[in-house]
Design a binder for this molecule. Sequence first.
Ligand code: 6PG
Length: 480
Amino acid sequence: ATANIGVVGLAVMGSNLARNLASREGNTVAVYNRSPERTDLLTTEHPEAGFVASKSIADFAASLQKPRTAIIMVQAGRGTDAVIEQLTAAFEPGDIIVDGGNALFTDTIRREKAVRETGINFVGAGISGGEEGALLGPSIMPGGSVEAYKTLGPILSSIAAVVDGEPCVTHIGTDGAGHFVKMIHNGIEYADMQLIAEAYDLLRTAVGLTPAEIADVFTEWNTGELESYLIEITAEVLRQVDATTGEPFVDIVLDQAGSKGTGVWTVQTALDLGVPVSGIAEAVFARAVSSKRAQRAAASALPGPSAQWHVEDNDAFIEDVRRALYASKIIAYSQGFDAIVAGAEQYGWDIKKGDVAKIWRGGCIIRAVFLNRITEAYAENPGLVSLVTAPYFTEALAGTQDSWRRVVAGSALSGIPTPAFSSSLAYYDSLRSKRLPAALVQGQRDFFGAHTYKRVDMVGTFHTLWSGDRTEVESEGSSH
Ligand code: 6PG
């Protein structure tokens, strides 16, 4: 046995992660793929990596030093279960199986429990950064036991992205905590992307800027508080010209957004946890609307507004859109962190929000300068009840809200869809409202279903005899 770490599954992500591991001092990497052609391809193309290649799981297990540590990089789903089964049979108590795919965290909880019964450690680790991140340094979100992390931590730290001298990896919490946090990362990723797309649409539709001009606007934005990987690559996508037609690339792409499911999981999970992640949800819904071909075709003749947006001062408008984007982004992250808090409570994980923000500063898709502000906010107050109430963000929202309101109002008047901008603003206004019309909803519920209500001035649970003399009675239900 010569290898200290192994990788199973050698598609692009697996191959790149294996190469990343091999490039770090002290690592010898064992590799295995179900079809041996891929293994051969990788070892031939990268002799410098010194891979220890195996054609069977038994040989792969034999090539690993104890405790054996192997990272599975296969398509999430049933394929993962099959590989886990094979590795569990070939490994021994104390060994570590890591799932580095985008697994649903409840699957990870189930798998961890089953594997633990054999004495083998199972770690679900979220890995973000796409193909390039896997090769050069991703952000890694491992769950699983503290014991497994003792062996795994140094290996993962050796390949993670580094920000301010710190590797973008931390033990998130037990069992499915890592995949849970990766799922929320992806939900935020969806919101971030949708917000940027809405900003682009506004600049294009309301002002008439070309994709190339908008690319320049984004490049400019990327020098300030919005500086992020997603803004940077958006500018590149907008600058791209289609070789076949000479048209902007963005104009020859079918406007139907796909998804692999992690955004949907985030929203489903948040609904179960009772956490309003409206910005993320609107981003998921926006992709769904875009792909409703028949409905969009049928609705395309529906009447629009009587007037188009008349932008008088382009620079002022662009700045309004930038501020609206920043404000909405703050909301999306705030909601995402709320979901992390609720998940941690529900599943018994001790997740340090500041650490999560820290490891998202580099390597991952949502990496951004902005994450520093979140890290600072949680460092100042780890028990922060909502990110929007941190002094820095309160101030940022104060400085952006007029722009935000102008953009949302203007887009409504001129018929430009801005679901994520608008719902984020509605959330912000709901949150800061002294009184919400939820009181009326309680009245309606009590009227038709005797669902009871609480009073602002008295302890207890009450019901009004709506179909009788409309007097109030104290309900027998619990006063909680
Ligand atoms: C990452 C990405 C990655 C994946 C996206 C794609 O963090 O590296 O999130 O995991 O490429 O989740 O998701 P959709 O296909 O659903 O857009």
